[in-house]
Design a protein around this ligand. Structure first.
Ligand SMILES: *Cc1c(COP(=O)(O)O)cnc(C)c1O
Length: 790
């Protein structure tokens, strides 16, 4: 990430109560000023002040009275009380940034998977204890209040959650950072199960008011599509181009404050909402064409209506391209406007602005900045290109071919005619581009997660234990401090408490599972968890096939033999893209296997299978702290990083994984004892695929047996599952399930063996040993330093 170096970090200094600078204050009428100061937002965070504000919000914001507030109203009133403080900090932060005018970093992401905000804001603002007590006095449990919040689910999975984690860390590290994204009316769909199949429901997340955003109805950018490019000669005799169109929609800003932990820095994610340029076509309306009159409005609002629900899969819809340009153009307009306020020359742009592109989704920003500089600002092509290449940095998320964005030239030419020309011109200088992006431009940086949400918030008991043992909460800002826990790995008392925390997290998950699926699992069983988007490359299919294998073994055992095996609860969760037929069949198979296994009394509860519906951030917060082992078993060479592997390890869970993505670095950090690795390596994949394609490679016999069971109808109508089986047989086993199945089963046996020895299954070993994996450029010219990964 070509970001501001650490000198750009802004130490927050206290503002005047009015929020004005000293010089601005000097020009004010002292009488008004002192009145203003008296009335400034009361940042006092004691219990009584909280309760006063809470009651005021119940009465005025919610227009309710004391005798009709339920948990949801209590949530809303608490959220608004926190929001008041957030806005104050956020305003002060922006004032500080305006005054200091540092280099800013802009994170362009089509997805921000934020989840819930209240608990996180309470922690980061240091309000958790006082507000918790304040709520209790008023007759509510903070847990219930927090549970009322609807997730902000404006993302699919890892890519969107990474953006959310980065924003938390950027705020915490005092960076002057901005996020830019889209305010989708509908986020990722809600997943329900019907007869074991996934069904999708719309995510009505804005049904009630959203206290975590501020509508900036005055921040509006006109965005055009289509039209034509007109050539003209400017006053200096140069050939210039002007793109003109009548197809214009408005981008309206909604700001989401992101508070840092242990700092007053509070940064902003600006999400754009599309609105029609003209509310209504009055001419049409007068002609009685009511429907056509509203049509323009509807088309404009379409742009930000829905998040595309595909993870690692490209669908070349025109509306998606419109979304991308709409978002990129509005964001760049905003960034350029902010730069121009400082009246610096264009050559200084890269010293003031770093733009990080989260995947290829915002790559039109590169073309758009070139267009703004050349067409609108009159900068020469070469100077503009120099500025552009020094401004942008790009994060790659995948090498899966089906995920690569490709747009038809006619579609781009029609929607963005001037951009198409510029792209052709950039392609002409591609040889320079290749030189520019020499090897030193590529930096391998492992992703990271925020420990505030994924340890302290998701696992408060473990967080409290760590804080107690280390004597402070400093580890929340400096994870390397967790090293100091190592001496306690052999401390009996500490271990006992550690195990008790894990146990209570397992009880919490078992209760959640019972409430949401009706399935009863024993907290003493080994919790074996695979939660992530359902995808062939992530191989949930291989997992459920191994569950069938285990089930068969259990059935063959005598009761005595069975009493000696480790009892397992195999837990799945994750959404399949609505159009991804094979992934949806995997969900159906998991549920069909669960139906058979869970009601088979002959195996005496030695195995349970669960599919938890609607996996999202707040469900992840319950699942992850309860794992004994989690599975990250993608075919080698397919998972760029993965981040849930880090979340599990941070909570003291072990990993069963392939030599892929960040499993590799995690292995280096936590050592052989805490991770079970198996499977073919990435450099063998090509040969294996070739073998499947051109030779008759026999299927692994254990796998064949399991396939036979499915085909024999042991798990319902076998015809349902034939397309799934065919991915291995007719489909030539592209993801190499057969090649890895044997070593997968062996690794599973090692897991059982290790778990039997409960003394040794001391999860403390799994705690990250150091923070070597800072999340950006190792040359220090970066956002690292916190050890944000783990
Ligand atoms: C972390 C996270 C992911 C990413 O999981 P991977 O296993 O890394 O693919 C997806 N969804 C949610 C809700 C998450 O919190």
């Amino acid at each position: 990430m070509s970001t501001p170096d650490s000198s750009s970090r802004i130490r927050y200094h206290k503002r005047t109560p009015t929020g004005l600078t000293k010089s601005e204050q000097a020009s004010w009428d002292p009488k008004i000023l002192s009145l203003w100061e008296k009335c400034a937002v009361d940042e006092n965070s004691d219990k009584e002040n909280f309760q006063k504000t809470f009651v005021r919000h119940v009465t005025t914001t919610l227009a309710r009275s004391a005798y009709n507030i339920d948990n949801f109203s209590a949530y809303q009133a608490t959220a608004h009380t926190v929001r008041d403080r957030l806005i104050k900090r956020w305003n002060d932060t922006q004032q500080n940034h305006t005054e200091a005018d540092p280099k800013r970093v802009y994170y362009l992401s089509l997805e921000f998977l934020l989840g819930r905000s209240l608990d996180n804001a309470l922690l980061n603002l240091g309000l958790k204890e006082n507000f918790g007590e304040g709520v209790k006095d008023l007759g509510f449990r903070m847990e219930d209040v927090l549970d009322e919040e609807v997730d902000a689910a404006l993302g699919n999975g890892g890519l969107g959650r990474l953006a959310a984690c980065y924003m938390d860390s950027l705020a915490t590290l005092d960076y002057p950072a901005w996020g830019y994204g889209l305010r989708y009316t509908y986020g990722i769909f809600q997943q329900r199960l019907k007869d074991g199949y996934q069904v999708e429901f719309p995510d009505y997340w804005l049904n009630f008011d959203n206290p975590w955003e501020l509508a900036r109805l005055d921040v509006v950018v006109d965005i055009q599509f289509g039209g034509s490019v007109n050539e003209y000669t400017d006053e200096k005799g140069r050939t210039r181009y002007l793109w003109e169109s009548n197809d214009v929609v408005k981008a309206v800003a909604y700001d989401v404050p992101i508070p840092g932990y242990g700092t007053k820095n509070c940064i902003n994610i600006r999400l754009w909402n599309s609105k029609p340029k003209r509310q209504f076509d009055l001419g049409r309306f007068n002609e009685g064409q009511y429907e056509q009159a509203v049509q323009e409005q509807m088309q404009a609002e379409n742009i930000t209506a829905v998040l595309y629900p595909n993870d690692n899969h490209m669908v070349g819809k025109e509306l998606r391209l419109r979304q991308q340009y709409f978002w990129v153009a509005a964001s760049l307009h905003d960034i350029v406007r902010r730069f121009k306020k400082s009246e610096k020359p264009w050559s200084k742009f890269p010293d003031q602005v770093a733009i990080q592109l989260n995947d290829t989704h915002p790559t039109l920003a590169i073309v758009e900045l070139q267009r703004i500089l050349v067409d609108l600002e009159g900068v020469s092509w070469d100077d503009a290109w120099d500025i552009v290449t020094r401004t942008f940095a790009f994060t790659n998320h995948t090498i899966l071919p089906e995920a690569m964005e490709k747009w038809p030239v006619p579609m781009v030419s029609y929607l963005l005619p001037r951009h198409m020309q510029i792209i052709f011109d950039i392609n002409l200088i591609f040889k320079d581009f290749a030189k520019f992006f020499g090897s030193e431009k590529f930096i391998n940086v492992t992703n990271g997660i925020t420990p505030r949400r994924w340890l302290h918030q998701a696992n408060p008991k473990l967080g409290d234990l760590i804080t107690e043992v280390l004597g402070s909460k400093d580890w929340l800002k400096d994870l390397s401090l967790l090293k100091k826990l190592e001496p306690f790995a052999d401390d009996k008392e500490f271990k006992k408490r550690w195990v008790a925390v894990k146990r209570s997290n397992k009880v919490r998950l078992a209760e959640y599972i019972k409430a949401h699926t009706g399935i009863i699992i024993d907290p003493n069983a080994l919790f074996d968890i695979q939660v992530k988007r359902i995808h062939e490359y992530k191989r949930q299919f291989m997992n459920i096939l191994s569950v069938i294998h285990r089930y068969n073994l259990l059935k063959k055992m005598s009761s005595k033999e069975r009493s000696e095996v480790v009892r397992r609860a195999v837990i799945f969760g994750g959404k399949a893209a609505p159009g991804y037929y094979i992934a949806k069949l995997v969900i159906k198979l998991i549920n069909s296997v669960a139906d058979v296994v869970n009601k088979d009394e002959s195996i005496e509860d030695a195995l349970k299978v669960v599919f938890i519906p609607d996996y999202n951030v707040s469900v992840a917060e319950i699942i992850i702290p309860a794992s004994d082992i989690s599975q990250h078993i993608s075919t080698a060479g397919t998972e760029a990083s993965g981040t849930s592997n880090m979340k599990f390890v941070l909570n003291g869970g072990l990993i069963l994984g392939t030599v892929d993505g960040a499993n590799i670095e995690i292995h280096e950090e936590i050592g052989d004892d805490n991770i079970f690795m198996f499977g073919n390596l990435a450099d063998q994949v090509e040969d294996l695929r070739h073998a499947h394609r051109y030779r008759d490679v026999p299927i692994d016999p254990a796998l064949q047996e399991v396939i036979n069971d499915i085909e024999a109808g042991h798990y319902g109508d076998p015809h349902i599952f034939s397309p799934l089986i065919h991915t291995i047989t007719i489909g030539k086993d592209y993801y190499l399930l057969s090649d890895d199945f044997g070593s997968y089963l062996s690794a599973q046996n090692l897991v059982d063996e290790a778990y039997k020895d409960q003394e040794d299954w001391e999860l403390i070993k799994a705690l990250p040993k150091n923070t070597a994996l800072t999340f950006l450029d190792p040359n220090n010219n970066n956002l690292g330093g916190e050890g944000m990964t783990f």
